[in-house]
Design a protein around this ligand. Structure first.
Ligand SMILES: *Cc1c(COP(=O)(O)O)cnc(C)c1O
Length: 338
């Protein structure tokens, strides 16, 4: 019952992705609380499986994670050195000359890394900025120089080759480790692997790593059941009207728990991994209503996320991506780590 997280699936996915990039070290991206799965559980499991490099988005996330990992685990902070950030025990990935100079002034001799912008126009130093500080930055020995792909989940997208060429050009002659690929880039093949790969979503069972083992199951409890007559409505805005006599179960999670409101009238909860019970009416804050007329008996619980309805299927129904489904799962569930 509640949210079940299979740490064995996460570590198996990490090993499978590491094996796709045999020449590179394989990090683990555990930002946003390990995509909602719980970084304090996920990161130590990955450490035990062999991961030594971790990535978070914010220094605050890094500080929360630091006590859960041994000292030889490196926690890299993708937002770099923001003013006032507490970077003790962490490695900032510096994104601009301003961050570089701030970091060197405040943390001389401490480890850092560099992010370059190879075309995504989101984070990292642009070519001219990098050119201007390159010699000084390399003399300070960054742990690695990285960039990030914008379209790696679309193998045919021309931006992939263009970003690869731009990254190669910017790193010509650089004699520190290089890193370009997250999950999607690993799957693009060896040209994209360099020295360090940084998978996130693939660890947690999401596309584009189609062979990933699912890492979460979400089962919701039935609070109440009622029979409605044809013509009666259900839920806010009278969003659904029963076309025939129906049995409706009210289940204990809603959009405040990450059951996206966009699933109103779209998804289904599954019984015994197969019988679909359609979500009827609007998803409300704490509750959803489902049509269980097809079931002979009303079960104690129904599943929203399970192998028959993986995160990417739900994402399609809600018009989003698996990443948002996972990171929307909030703290109200009872969690079980397996
Ligand atoms: C989030 C992120 C990753 C991980 O990406 P996935 O697509 O989840 O594998 C890697 N690198 C950077 C810079 C990121 O922001």
């Amino acid at each position: 019952m509640g949210l079940q997280i299979e740490l064995g699936a996460v570590t198996a996915n990490w090993k499978a992705l590491a094996a796709r990039a045999p020449g590179a070290a394989c990090a683990a991206v555990v930002k946003a609380d390990a995509y909602g799965l719980g970084a304090a559980w996920v990161a130590p499991a990955l450490y035990a499986a062999g991961a030594r490099e971790f990535f978070v988005a914010l220094a605050r996330e890094g500080q929360a994670l630091r006590p859960h990992l041994p000292d030889d685990a490196v926690i890299n902070v993708l937002s770099g050195h923001m003013e006032g950030a507490d970077l003790r025990g962490l490695v900032p990935v510096l994104n601009s000359p301003a961050q570089f100079f701030r970091d060197r002034a405040l943390r001389p001799g401490q480890p850092f890394a560099i992010q370059l912008d190879s075309g995504m126009n989101r984070l990292g130093m642009e070519a001219a900025e990098w050119e201007a500080i390159r010699a000084e930055a390399l003399a300070a020995r960054p742990r690695f120089v990285m960039s990030h792909l914008a379209c790696a989940d679309e193998p045919e997208h021309p931006a992939n080759a263009a970003q690869l060429a731009a990254f190669r050009k910017m790193t010509e002659g650089v004699d520190v480790p290089l890193s370009l690929s997250a999950t999607g880039g690993i799957l693009l093949g060896p040209d994209y692997h360099f020295d360090l790969v940084r998978p996130g979503i693939g660890l947690y069972g999401g596309l584009p790593f189609a062979e990933a083992q699912p890492a979460v199951r979400l089962s919701l409890r039935v609070i109440q059941t009622r029979d409605v007559a044809a013509g009666e409505f259900v839920g806010y805005g009278a969003g659904w009207t029963a076309p025939r006599p129906s049995r409706i179960a009210t289940v204990d999670a809603g959009y405040a728990d990450g059951v996206l409101r966009a699933l109103s009238g779209k998804g289904a909860l599954l019984y015994a991994g197969e019988t679909g019970c359609p979500i009827v009416g609007r998803v409300s804050m704490d509750l959803i209503t489902v049509d269980v007329s097809a079931l002979p008996d009303v079960p104690a619980a129904l599943e929203l996320i399970c192998p028959a309805q993986p995160i990417d299927r739900l994402a399609d129904l809600a018009g989003t991506i698996g990443y948002e489904i996972l990171t929307s799962l909030r703290a109200r569930y009872d969690r079980t780590y397996l």
